[in-house]
Write a protein that binds this ligand. Structure first.
Ligand code: HEC
Length: 166
C-alpha cells in the first residue's frame, strides 16, 4: 500500500508544479472585458480607467450615452486610428491637435484660421453650436443642446480617440 500512495502523491505534486509553472508573463485576461479589444486598442477595462482619470465633469461621462449621441456624427466622421476623412475629418487624436490640421482634408477658411488646439472646453463650445461658435464653418450640424450629452460625447471621444492624460 505504501508504494502506490507514494506514487500518487508524487503524481499530484507533479501536477501541482505543472499548474504553477505557467509562464508568469502570460497575458492577463480580465473577466470584466465585455468585448475583446482589437490589437492595440484599449480594453473596456482600460477605457473605464481612463474615464475615471479624466478631469471633472468628464469623469462622470456616460460612455453608452456618448456612443449613442455620437451616432449623429458618424455619418460624417470616423474616429478610429487611420480612419478615412468623409464629409468631416477623421477624429482620431483630436484632443491636443491643432484645429484644421488633418492631412488631406479640405477645411473651411474659418477652421483653418481658428488657431487653437482642441481640448474639452473648445469641443464643448463647438458641439453646442458649431456655426455660432465659428461662423463660416462648413460643419452643418445643429448642435448638441443638452450639456450632459456634450459631456458624454466628449468623454466617449476621449476614450475612443487615443487621448492620453497628461
Ligand atoms: C453633416 C456632417 C457632419 C456632422 C453630422 C458632424 N460633423 Fe464635425 N465636421 C464636419 C465638417 C465638414 C467639418 C470641417 C469643418 C470646417 O472645415 O469648417 C467638421 C469638423 C469637426 C471637428 C474639427 C476637426 C478638426 O480637425 O479641426 C470636430 C472636432 C468635429 N467636427 C466633431 C464632430 C462631432 C463630435 C459631431 C457630432 C456631435 C460632428 N462633428 C458632426 C461635418 C460634420
Amino acid at each position: 500500500m505504501r508504494t502506490p500512495l507514494a506514487l500518487l502523491t508524487a503524481a499530484s505534486l507533479t501536477l501541482l508544479v505543472a499548474a504553477c509553472s505557467k509562464p508568469a508573463s502570460a497575458p492577463e485576461v480580465s473577466a470584466d472585458t465585455a468585448t475583446p479589444a482589437a490589437a492595440g486598442e484599449p480594453s473596456d477595462h482600460e477605457k473605464a480607467e481612463l474615464l475615471a482619470s479624466l478631469p471633472a465633469p468628464y469623469n462622470t461621462g456616460d460612455l453608452e450615452n456618448g456612443k449613442r449621441k455620437f451616432a449623429m456624427c458618424r455619418s460624417c466622421h470616423t474616429i478610429n486610428q487611420g480612419g478615412p476623412n468623409m464629409t468631416g475629418p477623421n477624429l482620431y487624436g483630436v484632443f491636443g491637435r491643432k484645429a484644421g490640421s488633418v492631412e488631406g482634408f479640405a477645411y473651411s477658411d474659418a477652421v483653418k484660421a481658428a488657431g487653437f488646439t482642441w481640448d474639452a472646453d473648445h469641443l464643448n463650445n463647438w458641439l453646442a453650436d458649431p456655426r455660432g461658435f465659428m461662423p463660416g464653418t462648413k460643419m452643418s450640424f445643429m448642435g448638441l443642446k443638452e450639456p450632459k450629452d456634450r459631456i458624454d460625447v466628449i468623454a466617449y471621444l476621449k476614450v475612443e480617440t487615443g487621448y492620453k492624460p497628461e
